[in-house]
Design a binder for this molecule. Structure first.
Ligand code: BDR
Ligand code: CA
Length: 313
């Protein structure tokens, strides 16, 4: 049985690859995509989400736009990495499905509440604003979701600041709400996603598929590679967001460590840091609802991504 997922995202070059992975792998069933202001404005990331679903021949997947900015703080975009459009300089065909005007947050709630308890996984790969609001507006969703799998945070080094990662640092109050609800959370932080490097060899494997879609993905990766090289001195770009989808598809791809995680809201230097308590023995799932991804099986991960792109044709 495929796992039912909702992806909350801010495409974003790596979000685009995450959407393609979800659309192209039968082990997940994409119930819908919700968007949040993050890498670019809400308007741009929503357009991008619809355009990427179009590329994946998944125009029937509902898309709902959510919150344009964080709960408390000013929004911050990541144009130096994702460009002015949010997808670098790649122009995708315009989406065909008409824009759906309903707000993402009630849609998330209604979708979870209408389904079997424990059947819906929330995959959050942008700032956590929509997910936090949904939990506050309808607290019963916390018991009803199967799991929240999120890309965000870092156990060790950050990217938005020395210790904080972009998605969490953008809306730390929302992240604080999400991490402090009792639902099972798997955090794919930078410790994990910096192992998802798109090397030249990996990219050559995608190119070898020889399809229009593979060429488009390769162009997206070219933009990401150039930005990461210039902005962060990475020779190969880390493709963060598909790690969360890959884990839902097959948990074997990521080795996790169970530990308490909380979000720093007070620190002058550490705002938005995900503080993981790795002291002592690993607690059991009944004692601790959070776990973090530590080790990625990179070859399995890239096989999944490449196979999904191939399947989408
Ligand atoms: C995260 O920030 C965004 O720029 C990416 O899309 C990813 O979700 C990585 O820190
Ligand atoms: Ca993202």
């Amino acid at each position: 049985m495929p796992k039912d997922i909702i992806i909350d995202c801010d495409p974003g070059l790596d979000d685009a690859v995450a959407l393609l992975l979800a659309a192209g792998d039968d082990r997940v069933n994409l119930l819908g995509v919700t968007t949040v202001g993050g890498n670019q404005s809400l308007e741009k990331v929503t357009y991008n989400a619809r355009a990427v679903l179009g590329l994946a021949h998944a125009d029937d997947v509902p898309v709902r736009a959510g919150c344009p900015r964080p709960l408390v703080r000013e929004g911050r975009v990541a144009a130096s990495i994702h460009g002015d459009s949010g997808l670098g300089d790649v122009e995708l065909p315009a989406p065909v499905r008409p824009f759906d005007p309903g707000h993402a947050v009630p849609w998330i709630i209604d979708t979870i509440m209408a389904r079997e308890p424990g059947s819906t996984t929330l995959v959050a790969i942008g700032p956590l604003t929509n997910i936090a609001l949904a939990a506050r507006l309808e607290p019963r969703i916390v018991d009803r979701v199967r799991e929240v799998v999120l890309m965000g945070g870092a156990v060790h080094t950050g990217n938005s600041s020395p210790v904080a990662e972009f998605n969490i640092r953008t809306d730390p109050e929302a992240a604080h709400i999400v991490f402090n609800e009792a639902w099972p959370i798997t955090m794919m932080g930078l410790d994990l996603t910096h192992q998802a490097l798109c090397t030249r060899e990996v990219q050559a494997g995608i190119d070898a598929l020889g399809t229009d879609l593979a060429r488009t993905v390769s162009k997206l990766i070219d933009g990401y590679r150039a930005a990461y090289r210039q902005d962060r001195a990475f020779p190969n770009p880390p493709i963060h967001d598909p790690c969360a989808v890959a884990y839902v598809i097959d948990p074997q791809v990521v080795q996790t460590c169970r530990c308490p995680v909380d979000v720093e809201l007070q620190g002058a230097l550490t705002l938005g840091m995900t503080v993981a308590d790795l002291r002592g023995a690993e607690p059991g799932p009944d004692e601790c609802h959070t776990q973090v991804g530590m080790q990625l099986d990179a070859s399995m991960f890239w096989q999944m991504v490449t196979a999904a792109i191939e399947k989408l044709g």
